[in-house]
Design a protein around this ligand. Structure first.
Ligand code: ZN
Length: 493
């Protein structure tokens, strides 16, 4: 278990700024008039290695907008529906793409009268954004768009999203909500390790965190040693990075003899790629920080869709006054029951620049509306670790990289770094796992390494139902990247 930092000395303050909207409430009191948490409340936050539920329940946590985030489910659903109706009308009246879609099936915005009616609205997929590149879905005159972002595709043109001034404000609200879920408070000092380009992560989080009263340190991507120097010299308390880059910073620091326990770093705000529980636990124990995931996608806004609170590890509260969520069976397209896995479908509720109705994210998750120990009533989605389109089909069997991560998480000596290769050079699909071995297990003894290798292969075959060629590689030999780690290389012809 990671040692907990008790040295945090932050000026806790109402995050939402206005004196009549206190930023903090305890889990048991939604009045908004609660005592401000002390530094030791946050210092007692559990790490991935586990903390008894009794400790979690007693935590007091910052909540950005308790009036909504702690409202009853009926109030939340009613407010969502109100916003959704306005959004449907906005899209229908202003975007020819939507008007055509509605008209083709004889649907009018006025036909949407209940939550069940929402299912009449056609889904939107990524191709709608691609086919209308770059400005086809924009609902306002172009001179009202004050920012563009884009997400790079692996093929062809990127998808482009535009934001009005109001959209940028709303985005900031979402980021502030998500940052407070992770325990970030005014007075924190956040170091950005994402790049600031067309990618939504850099600017989106930057302005949101500034809105909260956090000191932003726009270090940007690259130059790991400089990152470590800045963490030390500027007293950085929050690191914004992909989890794999955070681990890289950690390793470089260790090599340089930097003592992470002595740093003021307290929170990792991770995004950009899925973070396996093993990777999270590893970073927490080595860097002595609390790691949180947050989720978002460029198409609907960027980061700020949902964030991990300090109570429900590996689940993320959805910012429900901005996102109407549904979970569907990706094959039948029918809704799945509460808590059951399926594909997440999102409708941004307050977006004016590019309204999107029922956007199919392709991300597989499940959503629960059970109350949370943090005091929020907002729905929680499971960490997204699978996409309906990153499934590999190996000799007819479905394999997800996350299944492999789950198996590796249970094997002592297997590191979080791996790379999968798929080829069919021999005529049959072959799946090869290049796995980095922990330094403690790595030896020169061929026999010992071979026993280890075979045990990994056996465990994988038992879970995946396909055989996997396992190749062990030296610690540090799999490339560390700044951005998203590419775990799979599919060379099949
Ligand atoms: Zn929570």
């Amino acid at each position: 278990m990671a040692a907990r930092k008790s040295k945090v000395a932050l000026g806790f303050a109402s995050a939402s700024g206005a004196s009549d909207a206190p930023g903090f409430i305890p889990a048991s009191d939604a009045s908004g008039l609660a005592a401000v948490p002390t530094a030791s409340d946050l210092a007692a936050v559990p790490t991935a290695s586990g903390t008894p539920a009794s400790t979690l329940a007693s935590l007091r946590q910052p909540i950005y907008n308790p009036a909504f985030e702690c409202a009853s489910r009926d109030e939340v659903r009613a407010r969502q529906f109100e916003l959704l109706i306005e959004q449907v009308a906005w899209a229908y009246e202003r975007v020819p793409f939507y008007r055509e879609q509605f008209d083709a099936i004889g649907l009018r915005p006025a036909d949407i009268r209940t939550h069940d009616d929402v299912r009449k609205i056609p889904f939107t997929t990524k191709s709608a954004l691609r086919d209308t590149y770059p400005y086809g879905l924009i609902a306002v005159p172009l001179n009202e768009i004050i920012r563009l972002h884009a997400s790079s595709g692996t093929t062809g043109k990127p998808i482009v999203v535009g934001y009005t001034r109001d959209d940028i404000e709303q985005w900031r609200y979402c980021i502030m909500s998500v940052a407070q879920m992770a325990g970030v408070v005014p007075g924190d000092r956040a170091q950005m390790a994402f790049g600031y380009g067309m990618f939504t992560g850099g600017f989106g989080l930057h302005y949101g965190m500034e809105g909260l009263g956090v000191m932003m340190i726009p270090a940007s991507a690259g130059n790991t040693e400089r990152h470590i120097m800045m963490i030390e010299d500027y007293g950085t308390t929050v690191l914004i990075a992909t989890p794999s880059y955070a681990l890289h910073i950690c390793e470089v620091g260790e090599r340089l003899g930097y003592d992470w326990e002595k740093s003021q770093l307290r929170v990792g705000l991770f995004g950009g790629e899925p973070c396996s529980p093993k990777l999270k636990a590893e970073i927490e124990s080595r860097m002595h920080i609390f790691c949180t995931d947050n989720y978002g996608l460029t198409e609907v806004m960027g980061p700020g869709v949902s964030g991990e609170c300090l109570s429900a590890r590996d689940q993320q509260h959805i910012v429900e006054d901005h996102f109407y969520w549904e979970v569907i069976d990706p094959e039948t397209l029918e809704p799945v029951p509460d808590g059951c896995p399926g594909e997440l479908v999102l409708t941004p509720l307050q977006k004016k620049g590019i309204p999107l109705l029922r956007y199919r994210t392709r991300d597989l998750t499940s959503v629960t509306t059970e109350p949370c120990g943090c005091g929020r009533t907002s729905a929680r989605m499971d960490k997204v670790r699978r996409r309906s389109d990153d499934m590999l089909i190996i000799r007819g069997t479905n394999v997800y990289p996350s299944q492999i991560e789950d198996v590796l998480a249970g094997i002592a000596g297997a590191s979080a770094y791996y790379r999968l290769e798929v080829d069919n050079a021999t005529g049959l699909d072959r799946l090869t796992l290049n796995l980095e071995v922990e330094p403690a297990v790595f030896t020169d003894s061929f026999t010992e390494m071979d026993i280890f290798r075979r045990s990994v292969a056996d465990k994988l075959r038992a879970v995946l139902q396909v055989s996997v060629v396992v190749r062990l590689v030296e610690p540090g030999s799999i490339e560390r990247v700044m951005g998203k780690t590419k775990h799979v290389e599919d060379r099949r012809e």
